[in-house]
Design a protein around this ligand. Structure first.
Ligand SMILES: Nc1ncnc2c1ncn2[C@@H]1O[C@H](COP(=O)(O)OP(=O)(O)OP(=O)(O)O)[C@@H](O)[C@H]1O
Length: 251
């Protein structure tokens, strides 16, 4: 059987007396879109920060594939393919969309950031860039400076840059936050098209997006995972309905 892309085992994190992450155990399978939901303050961001290494854990283990990265620094985890979209991608405003994706792809391939070297001569990178721009539907703004992008397109560029680095596991923390309805709809379509091709952990408040996209959902309440399952399983889970969705809410 293939090893999970990510294994979280009994993870704990305190903030003073508050147990913000309470023995969290979950597995993300290769190729799945695994959403993490929960009410405000449930510990979603804390969990993501523990996964990336931005926060240190007080107990438990994190494995990327079969490598134990508990206590390892951020860079080590990035090298193993755990990428958070905005964290690893610093968008250069004066560079075009194509150039930004190109830099992200070259960084992954260990090509020094020699921006003076003509990008067009690097055919392997250019192929990756073409594929990613098509996947993320950014071709029509390929030659636009990043500074000129609408907010939704910029977030799309950040995801494209993360994908250009060929992630083993992509962490998306509220990718639709601050988007207009139209931008949100475009982002949902983008995630739908990426589903199955990449392994994605998605933290998102938009329940319609989560329930229509996720292969599996883990529900956090007060730092604990109270349920993990498919959209239907979560929708009908009595503890989830009681603690989070509300008994009368049709998620
Ligand atoms: N740096 C910190 N210091 C102290 N307490 C913190 C810190 N970060 C988070 N907390 C607390 O830990 C708990 C979990 O917070 P966290 O931000 O992870 O929740 P969340 O599920 O991401 O919330 P939201 O949906 O509002 O973004 C909250 O009670 C929060 O107040």
């Amino acid at each position: 059987m293939t090893a999970p892309s990510l294994t979280v085992d009994g993870l704990v994190r305190y903030f003073g007396g508050l147990k913000a992450t309470d023995e969290v155990t979950l597995q993300v399978r290769p190729g799945e879109l695994h959403a993490i939901i929960g009410p405000n303050g449930a510990g979603k961001t804390t969990l993501i920060n523990l996964l990336t290494g931005e926060l240190a854990s007080d107990g438990g283990r994190i494995l990327i594939g079969d490598v134990d990265v508990t206590g390892q620094p951020i860079q080590q985890r990035v090298q193993l393919g755990l990428l958070r979209s905005y964290q690893i991608t610093s968008v250069f405003d004066s560079f075009t969309v194509r150039e930004n994706i190109c830099l992200a792809a070259r960084r992954k391939r260990g090509v020094r950031m020699a921006v003076w070297k003509p990008l067009v001569r690097d055919s392997e990178t250019m192929e990756v860039v073409r594929r990613i721009m098509a996947e993320c539907q950014l071709q029509h703004v390929a030659d636009e400076a990043a500074a000129n992008l609408a907010y939704g397109q910029r977030r799309q560029l950040e995801i494209a840059m993360a994908l250009a680095a060929d992630p083993r596991l992509l962490l998306l923390d509220e990718p639709m936050a601050g988007m207009s309805a139209a931008e949100g709809a475009a982002a949902i379509e983008l995630l739908r098209s990426l589903k199955g091709q990449y392994t994605i952990v998605l933290v998102e408040h938009d329940m319609n997006a989560v329930f229509s996209l996720a292969d599996r959902i883990s529900v956090l309440v007060y730092g604990k995972v109270i349920a993990t399952g498919t959209a239907d399983e979560i929708r009908n889970h009595p503890d989830v309905r009681k603690a989070y969705l509300g008994d009368d809410e049709d998620a």
